[in-house]
Design a protein around this ligand. Structure first.
Ligand SMILES: Nc1ncnc2c1ncn2[C@@H]1O[C@H](COP(=O)(O)OP(=O)(O)OP(=O)(O)O)[C@@H](O)[C@H]1O
Length: 343
């Protein structure tokens, strides 16, 4: 069953159209990431689900109920922001129990719930600490615990780990995944960290300029990007402009890249190849090495045949130099051909 459903959602802010017809469904117990470049509307979408921004058009359904007219606190959503927004004058226990107190829940039940949740997020023993006495990672846990205490139908996370160092971020991701499973939560995570989205999500929605370009499993989004924009978003790609004629794709330019068989119809296409889809062969050939970037366990290498420039990756244990002439082996079946729309 869908726990969250958005239908043709449009949002304008300051006279600009920010969300342009978002359709989106999340099943109960799913963890979904909204991924996309800065300014594409991820936070706006999250805030619209939470009821903090009103759509100009379209509907938000939570648990099958249309909630457009419900106030944020009546929707069954809780949002955790990057800046956490904890109450500095309250201790940890009071922060976590705040939502329950507002709902008029009995003091003893609040305390029981708070203790239970503190244990779940690894904060046992910190009930009486003030927020400023905690580390950044512990404060993140308080914010998460406060959100969970409200028992939301949909947990909304707006880049909650982006201020943490890599180690802590990893720990928080693992914690969210663990809690998500234990509590069968429905979670929407806004991030612009591709790895985070790939690791954490059941499905990823890739957003560009206020629209969702692709909504699929991490593997599908990564391996079969629906558009060149999505493909490019997952790292630098080689884009080769060309055409298909009689079941064969070839480049428009007179490059030694060659071509490949395809079952696609005749027309203009872009062939998108990841750097890892092109293997460098260390023998004299048509390609010259222009630049080498050392990336620890691999090299990013720029090559040219004076017609096309390509980027390839290789293991960093090979002996290779700028100016050297090499050959390449292109793994065409892994490349994706996108038909160019006319006009
Ligand atoms: N209150 C507002 N009034 C006018 N424009 C706004 C307002 N809030 C956001 N915007 C604009 O809406 C667009 C989308 O912003 P949003 O914060 O949703 O993007 P985002 O994808 O979450 O970006 P980031 O990854 O940088 O947080 C941006 O161009 C932003 O400038």
């Amino acid at each position: 069953m869908d726990n969250l459903s958005l239908s043709n959602l449009h949002v304008s802010l300051g006279g600009n159209k920010i969300l342009k017809g978002i359709n989106f469904k999340v099943k109960k117990g799913e963890i979904v990431s909204l991924l996309g470049p800065s300014g594409c509307g991820k936070s706006t979408l999250l805030k619209t689900i939470a009821g903090l921004i009103e759509p100009s058009e379209g509907e938000v359904y939570i648990g099958g109920q249309q909630v457009n007219r419900l106030a944020p606190e009546e929707r069954g959503t809780v949002i955790v922001f990057q800046d956490l927004r904890l109450f500095p004058h309250m201790d940890v226990g009071q922060n976590i129990g705040f939502g329950l107190k507002m709902k008029g829940v009995h003091k003893e039940i609040i305390r029981k719930n708070v203790i239970n949740i503190m244990e779940k997020v690894g904060l046992d023993g910190y009930e009486k600490f003030k927020v400023f006495e905690l580390s950044g990672g512990q404060q993140q846990r308080v914010a998460l615990a406060r959100a969970l205490a409200a028992e939301p139908q949909v947990l909304l996370l707006d880049e909650p780990f982006s201020s943490l160092d890599e180690n802590l971020r990893q720990k928080m991701r693992e914690l969210v995944i663990k809690l998500h499973r234990e509590l069968n939560l429905t979670t929407i995570l806004v991030t612009h960290d591709q790895e985070e989205a790939l690791v954490m999500s059941d499905r990823i929605a890739i957003m560009f300029k206020g629209q969702i370009l692709q909504y699929d499993t991490p593997k599908s989004v990564y391996e079969n990007p629906a558009t060149p924009e999505v493909a490019n978003y997952f790292g630098e790609m080689n884009s080769i402009e060309g055409f298909v004629e009689n079941g064969f794709f070839q480049s428009f330019c007179d490059s030694s890249i060659g071509g490949c068989k395809t079952s696609l119809e005749d027309g203009s296409y872009s062939l998108m190849l990841k750097p890892s889809h092109i293997k460098l062969v260390k023998e004299p050939g048509a390609w010259i090495i222009k630049a080498i970037s050392y990336l620890g366990d691999k090299y990013n290498i720029r090559i040219t045949d004076n017609v096309l420039d390509l980027v390839v990756v290789t293991a960093s244990n090979i002996d290779i130099h700028v100016g050297e002439s090499v050959n390449i082996n292109v793994d065409y079946p892994k490349g994706i051909l996108y038909k160019k729309e006319l006009g």
